[in-house]
Design a protein around this ligand. Structure first.
Ligand SMILES: Cc1ncc(COP(=O)(O)O)c(C=O)c1O
Length: 339
């Protein structure tokens, strides 16, 4: 099977499996797992932040990050297409009592700077106090587009002027860093907190990491414990993450090359309207009466990635090689001919 459904479907590399096998372990709730400690040290160092904490998933990372910034009744400014708002089961509201003010994401995943400024509520008994703005980089629903350092810093300036914090859902921040040819420490220097996923482009089986100041990460540890994320011998997760982080540049560069090749190939089919690609996510809409029929045909020939809707996403990731792109394009050509 060629599986383009998501960059979360990767299986651990032989090197990761060996690292998991060899990992030195301890009880991480006591702070005694040396491999978790090493992952957290490495993460903080890569991002130029004081500290880091391992969590189970990107969703938990965002939830814990927001909970550590906001009290019940506080307000967060988010985009209408961002994962925190649309795809995390309303956790910040259900578990945190945090009130989202939702701005429109543009086609590149950005929020309008004037709208951000206008949405920050003044201290007033009638208002939910604004404590946090959250951005997503890369912006998944916008086609894996990157947010530049200049844009992030402009948002941070507004946040600073209004004493509001800035969080980045950086599930795919390493894709942004590779595409923009800028280390994550530089790209995200100004932000207060960031969550990144080990289980996407990094290719590890489980986990995400939050980075920020020492004080903030201490607060995040409390919230992680509260939502059930205190893990014991979690070095078996961290070990694979360390391997993935150390190899991220080579892997993600390859994923982007494959995504570019896939995009070029898909653009040759007149039935597909393919969006420009920047990272590892290739989006296209389908001009056919039943996209589901195409999805069924593709999967019967060994290609996964379609869905019932008319806008599809194909993700490249560890395990997808250049020859898989050729094979996938052949399968698509054949399937379109048959329809
Ligand atoms: C942009 C973004 N943020 C957060 C997440 C959540 O990650 P997880 O699936 O590990 O909870 C995802 C998952 O697809 C994502 O695409």
């Amino acid at each position: 099977m060629i599986d383009f459904r998501s960059d979360t479907v990767t299986l651990p590399s032989p090197e990761m499996k060996q690292a998991i096998f060899d990992a030195k372990l301890g009880d991480d709730v006591y702070g005694e797992d040396p491999t978790v400690n090493e992952l957290e040290r490495l993460s903080a160092e890569m991002f130029g932040k004081e500290a880091a904490v391992l969590v189970t998933s990107g969703t938990m990372g965002n939830l814990v990050s927001v909970l550590a910034h906001c009290q019940r009744g506080d307000q967060i400014v988010v985009g209408d297409k961002c994962h925190i708002y649309r795809a995390e089961a309303g956790g910040i509201a259900a578990l945190g009592g945090i009130f989202p003010t939702v701005l429109k994401n543009d086609s590149e995943g950005k929020l309008d700077l004037d709208e951000i400024e206008a949405s920050i509520e003044p201290l007033n008994v009638h208002r939910a106090p604004t404590k946090l703005v959250a951005l997503e980089n890369t912006a998944n629903a916008a086609g894996g587009k990157t947010l530049s350092k200049e844009y992030i810093d402009s948002v941070k300036k507004i946040c600073d002027d209004n004493e509001v914090a800035l969080h980045i859902d950086g599930a795919r921040i390493f894709n942004a860093s590779v595409a923009l040819e800028m280390p994550v420490s530089e790209l995200t220097k100004s932000v207060n907190s960031l969550t990144f996923c080990l289980s996407k482009g990094i290719g590890a089986p489980v986990g995400s990491v939050i980075v920020g100041s020492e004080k903030y990460i201490q607060e995040a540890r409390k919230w992680r414990k509260m939502v059930g994320g205190g893990m014991r011998q979690a070095g078996i997760i961290a070990a694979a993450g360390i391997v993935g982080l150390n190899n991220h540049y080579a892997q993600i560069s390859k994923d982007h090359k494959n995504a570019t090749k896939l995009t070029k190939g898909l653009k040759k089919f007149p039935q597909l309207n393919v969006e420009d690609v920047e990272t590892n996510l290739v989006f296209f809409s389908i001009d056919l009466p039943s996209p589901q029929k195409l999805a069924d045909k593709l999967s019967s020939k060994g290609l996964l990635g379609g869905n019932a809707g008319s806008r599809w996403r194909f993700a490249t990731h560890y395990g997808i090689e250049a020859n898989d792109i050729d094979d996938a394009l052949n399968i698509i050509e054949l399937s379109l001919e048959e329809l």
